[in-house]
Design a protein around this ligand. Structure first.
Ligand SMILES: O=C(O)C1=C[C@@H](OP(=O)(O)O)[C@@H](O)[C@H](O)C1
Ligand SMILES: C=C(OP(=O)(O)O)C(=O)O
Length: 426
């Protein structure tokens, strides 16, 4: 993709597609619930299609009609042995959440993925699931493909999370549906709680108190009619673009603003961003609102490690904002970024440095000194959708043409990204 950053601003009202994390969870729970689940505003992107295809492969009837998905749930014990290995593509969420579900089944399964996913660590789920009695193995006990075999007994677990990860937490909770006793998960850092909220909505016996989650096994979940809030991670690119480009003024409607997820909003406000959230309400146990953003002069701040779980996928675009903020931004606790679709500390630093940004990487933190402007460059997405989108916004602020290679990886989470971006440009 070639981005021409000469003299433009973002103006208008938009919606972003449904939240990716919530879309995955809706397909998973809808498939194993009893009865019909109707999902509106679901994200249809490569990652979510992998989850949908996995359940079709296990005998679930799923119909996609525009942005609505109809699932005829088969009940907790109704899944069938898949005919082929389950291909999760680029999607860590698909692999880690499905592993939790599959260890409770009476059939064997294999989960595999693309070149990026087979390099991502799975020991973080293999360890707790094995402690529950699961029969799950990976390459060198760490990497995909994962091989899962039925086990005689799955028992509940008391697990203190060694890494801040919503995927690990969700994997354990899905296994708990099939386990004896009550599982307790203790989180020392906040991560997105979409699984807990949706399990409750579908009828699971799950209680959250402070940083502890308690959940019992389940006989049945019940199908629901759901509306998926707009994805704050997708909205983040337009929010930062509007803050950075003079004269911009946008409104993004119906965005998920779950406090365990939308940490970017308070961070950008702290940097001086003119952001107003209004029309706040709740849909299917998830907070949602409209977001108004105007061009603002940003200043550097320190982002503490505790805040990272609430904005983990937004670190690349926050780094873009920081390069053009006045002064120094320190982002602490970024280690987990190494284990995403690319090593995002490296890939975003490389791209922005090529544009003239000044970024220093220290163990577990990034230090970004603000500059007056970025210059156009040839930029590598490394096939990572978040890097492609973050660098596209950086390119929009630079006078001249930048080239972002392999930008089609945006299809992983946001196929309409460029169409919506170009619609906003004036
Ligand atoms: O649970 C989820 O839907 C996700 C959790 C996060 O991963 P981790 O759990 O590995 O932090 C996030 O980076 C990913 O995009 C989606
Ligand atoms: C890390 C991401 O997703 P996943 O872990 O599901 O591949 C992401 O969407 O930024």
């Amino acid at each position: 993709m070639i981005i021409d950053g000469s003299k433009c601003k973002l103006v208008g009202k938009i919606k972003v597609p449904g939240d990716k994390s919530i879309s995955h969870r809706a397909v998973i729970l809808g498939s194993i619930a009893k009865g019909l689940t109707v999902i509106e505003n679901i994200l249809i992107s490569e990652d979510v299609i992998k989850t949908i295809d996995a359940f079709k492969n296990m005998g679930v009837n799923i119909e996609i009609m525009d942005e609505k998905v109809l699932i005829k749930g088969v009940g907790i014990h109704g899944l069938k042995k898949p005919n082929t290995p389950i291909y999760c593509g680029n999607s860590g969420t698909t692999m880690r959440l499905l592993s939790g579900l599959l260890v409770g089944q009476k059939f064997s399964s294999i989960l595999t993925g693309d070149d990026s996913l087979v390099k991502r660590p799975m020991d973080r789920i293999i360890i707790p699931l094995s402690k529950m009695g699961a029969n799950i193995k990976g390459v060198k006990n760490k990497y995909p493909p994962l091989s899962i075999k039925p086990t005689n007994i799955l028992t509940s677990i008391c697990y203190k999370m060694p890494v801040a990860s919503a995927q690990v937490k969700s994997s354990i909770l899905l296994a708990t549906l099939y386990a004896k006793g009550t599982t307790k998960i203790i989180e020392n850092k906040i991560t997105r709680d979409h699984t807990e909220r949706m399990l409750k909505l579908f009828g699971a016996n799950i209680r959250c108190k402070g940083n502890e989650i308690l959940m019992d096994s389940e006989n049945e979940l019940y199908g629901k009619k759901l509306y998926i809030p707009g994805d704050i991670s997708s909205a983040a690119y337009f929010i930062v673009a509007a803050l950075l480009i003079k004269g911009s003024h946008i409104i993004i409607e119906d965005v998920g603003i779950n406090p365990t997820r939308a940490g970017i909003l308070s961070i950008l406000k702290k940097m001086g961003g003119n952001i107003i959230v209004f029309n706040e309400r709740e849909i299917n146990c998830e907070p949602i609102g409209d977001i108004e953003v105007k061009y603002s002069k940003l200043r550097g701040i320190t982002i503490e490690e505790d805040e990272i779980g609430k904005l983990i996928d937004e670190v690349p675009i926050i780094a873009v904002a920081a390069t053009l903020a006045e002064g120094r931004t320190i982002i602490k606790g970024v280690n987990e970024l190494k284990y995403k679709e690319s090593n995002r500390i490296k890939t975003i630093t490389e791209g922005l440095s090529n544009m003239g940004a000044y970024i220093k990487i220290l163990p577990d933190r990034m230090i970004i000194e603000g500059v007056q402007e970025l210059k156009p460059a040839f930029l590598n997405s490394y096939d990572d959708h978040r890097i492609a989108m973050a660098l596209s916004i950086a390119a929009l602020t630079a006078k001249g043409s930048s080239h972002i290679n392999k930008s089609e990886c945006i299809n992983i989470s946001y196929p309409e990204f460029y169409t919506t971006l170009f619609k906003l440009l004036q």
